[in-house]
Design a binder for this molecule. Structure first.
Ligand code: 5GP
Ligand code: MN
Length: 320
């Protein structure tokens, strides 16, 4: 049976659905989770979205206030189906990993090239710009028409994962966006809310990260970091660092930008971005991370000097 038919059957047969996404959720993770939530509610399915720490940037999305937040997770026995979104492997689910594994039926909808098909049924099209784009196909197969609420969530995921329609957008992406726009959502307002409006303290965090940028390998690599002290002093957390890696990437001579975010002493979350030809997903995968060809991430248990050296060596293998 085609996977979309199996997914449809599973959803129709289930009584109570749990929606999960990855740790440090971005716009596509939260957008796809809430789009599915609003869609399932529309067909009167009992469902819950659980995201321990959702990025508040997306608090305007319909259903955000109903997300189950915090470290206390729901019980597996209350659900007969779990759907993981935008997650390439089980570890991406963070503290919800065991919960996912304990629920009888599982589905994964994702678009990462490094996806490990960890659910019973996996709808993964890595050509798609975003999980929201793939979710649109799933919703069509479920015969759920997109309303304004669903449209706002889907648009947010596509907009953020394509960096404002710059990366990975295909003709199919734009056709899906056209359908979404037909609902009459205010796209200018969404764009400004997501990309332009920042707090004073995030502006200061950006400033600190920019100030520390170092150029390596004949200026083709940009390296910078954010320490736990920065987050503490500014009253921010890792979710507030989204987008900061792009400042390094935008420097004229740079091919790869590295941002190291301190999680605990000696442990950093790494964001990697490439411009034209370096495949950063290969590098992140080597260190148990993953992602896309030009945008990937991993965790490194090293000092900043070691990170710089290790990643520079890896990137130089691919630098022309
Ligand atoms: P970011 O740098 O924005 O955190 O992540 C860039 C891309 O890499 C996203 O698509 C994200 O899902 C993926 N990614 C980041 N960290 C990890 C990781 O530790 N494991 C995997 N599999 N993917 C990651
Ligand atoms: Mn995504």
């Amino acid at each position: 049976m085609p996977v979309l038919d199996s997914i449809k059957e599973k959803i129709n047969d289930s009584k109570s659905i749990l929606i999960l996404t990855h740790d440090n959720p971005d716009g596509d993770a939260i957008g796809s989770s809430l789009a599915l939530y609003n869609a399932l509610k529309k067909i009167d399915k009992k469902c819950v979205v659980c995201i321990p720490v959702p990025d508040k940037t997306y608090k305007f999305l319909p259903g955000f206030d109903e997300i189950l937040m915090g470290d206390i997770l729901p019980e597996a026995k209350d659900y007969d189906l779990c759907i993981a979104l935008d997650s390439s492997d089980l570890n991406r689910l963070g503290i919800a990993r065991e919960l996912f594994e304990s629920i009888e039926n599982t589905i994964c909808i994702d678009h990462h090239i490094t996806n490990q098909n960890f659910a019973d049924f996996n709808y993964v099209n890595a050509v798609a710009s975003s999980t929201c784009e793939n979710l649109m196909i799933v919703l069509a197969s479920l015969d759920i028409a997109v309303n304004k609420e669903i449209a706002e969530c889907l648009y947010t995921g596509i907009l953020t994962d394509t960096g404002g329609f710059r990366y990975n957008a295909t003709p199919e992406t734009m056709e899906i966006v056209a359908t979404i726009m037909e609902t009459g959502i205010n796209i200018a307002k969404l764009y400004r809310t997501i990309f332009d409006i920042v707090s004073l303290n995030k502006t200061k965090l950006i400033g600190r990260a920019i100030d520390r940028i170092e150029l390596l390998s004949e200026n083709r690599i940009a390296f910078t970091f954010i320490s736990l002290k920065d987050f503490e002093e500014l009253g921010l957390d890792e979710s507030d660092s989204e987008g900061i890696v792009n400042y390094g990437r935008n420097i004229d001579s740079v091919e790869v930008s590295i941002l190291a975010k301190e999680r605990e002493e000696g442990l950093y979350k790494i964001s990697l971005r490439a411009n034209d030809y370096v495949d950063v997903s290969v590098i992140a995968s080597k260190y148990a991370g993953g992602g896309h060809v030009r945008a990937a991430g991993c965790e490194l248990n090293m000092t900043l000097e070691q990170i710089k050296q290790t990643l520079t060596e890896e990137i130089e293998k691919q630098l022309k």
